[in-house]
Design a protein around this ligand. Structure first.
Ligand code: DGL
Length: 290
């Protein structure tokens, strides 16, 4: 049984009244909403495209307020609530909080207040990490906000009490990736600097706890070595969403997909930078004021 589905079903607040209003076929046809502070959440959209290509998607990048990863928990939560409100206007059937910083500080609160299921990017990665670790020593890297929230350590220890968790904030990874330096020699030094302390703890599993880090995957794997299992949270999250949609008869079965991209600032910049994360062109980006 998909652990995410179990959580969602067990919590009446998650499957609130709205999800029961419409008929199955109408709900199946409604889009999946995704939000992030900016372009990073496109790593999740890229997984949606490859794992559940029939789905319609509305993506909101809150580019007017990025980065989230250096902001306080209260600010990130307030912005996240607005993002959920905005996506609900598009009649989404489910919302993925693609941003780890937003998931860290607000997933439960957003879920309790939402009338559609809310899926964060933390639990699916944790579940996979707990399944694959052999020596029960798991490393986590994320933004300063994600690591400061303690969300990963708390959730991992709750799931598997005998696991040791080692966390490292890697604040420079986001700007380096956005600069297009995923394979640059300077980035390699930065990766080594951040990961060395984790490697000293003999971790055998490393969770990429930020939207941007899948782009650094080849470099990170080189630095940590082939024996460390790297968990891509975007991939794991979409795997869970796929099972959830199927189990709840919410998966879209007919029709061609469509993707809408909305930002709160500078659509052109999003379009340019977004290519790198989505691994394809973004035809149209709309601006909304918020
Ligand atoms: N999306 C953020 C996250 O996954 C990274 C970028 C930011 O700091 O806004 O935490």
């Amino acid at each position: 049984m998909n652990p995410l589905t179990k959580n969602l079903k067990a919590d009446p607040g998650v499957m609130g009244p709205h999800t029961h209003e419409a008929h199955d076929s109408e709900r199946q046809n409604n889009p999946i909403g995704v939000f992030d502070s900016g372009v990073g959440g496109l790593t999740v959209v890229s997984e949606l495209v490859s794992q559940i290509p029939r789905e319609r998607v509305v993506y909101f990048g809150d580019t007017a307020h990025l980065p989230y990863g250096t902001k306080s928990a209260a600010t990130i939560l307030a912005l996240s609530k607005k993002n959920v409100e905005l996506l609900l206007r598009y009649k989404v059937k489910l919302i993925i909080v693609a941003c780890h910083s937003a998931t860290s500080v607000g997933e439960d609160i957003l879920r309790n207040e939402s009338r559609v299921p809310i899926v964060g990017v933390i639990t699916p990665g944790i579940d996979q990490a707990c399944r694959v670790t052999k020596n029960c020593r798991i490393g986590v890297i994320g933004t300063p906000a994600t690591i400061a929230s303690g969300s990963y350590s708390k959730a991992i220890k709750k799931k598997k009490t005998d696991v040791e968790v080692f966390c490292q904030a890697a604040g420079l990874f986001v700007p380096f990736v956005e600069e297009g330096w995923a394979r640059h020699k300077l980035t390699r030094s930065v990766v080594e600097e951040y990961l060395e302390p984790l490697m000293k703890h003999d971790i055998d599993t490393l969770i990429l706890g930020c939207t941007h880090y899948p782009l650094l995957m080849p470099l990170i794997q080189k630095v940590v070595g082939a024996n460390v299992h790297i968990i891509d949270s975007a991939y794991e999250t979409v795997r869970c969403v796929k099972s959830f949609l199927i189990e709840n008869r919410l998966a879209r079965e007919i029709g061609s997909p469509d993707y809408q991209f909305i930002v709160s600032d500078d659509p052109e910049k999003f379009q340019k930078l977004g290519r790198m994360f989505l691994k394809s062109e973004i035809p149209l980006v709309k601006h909304v004021s918020c």
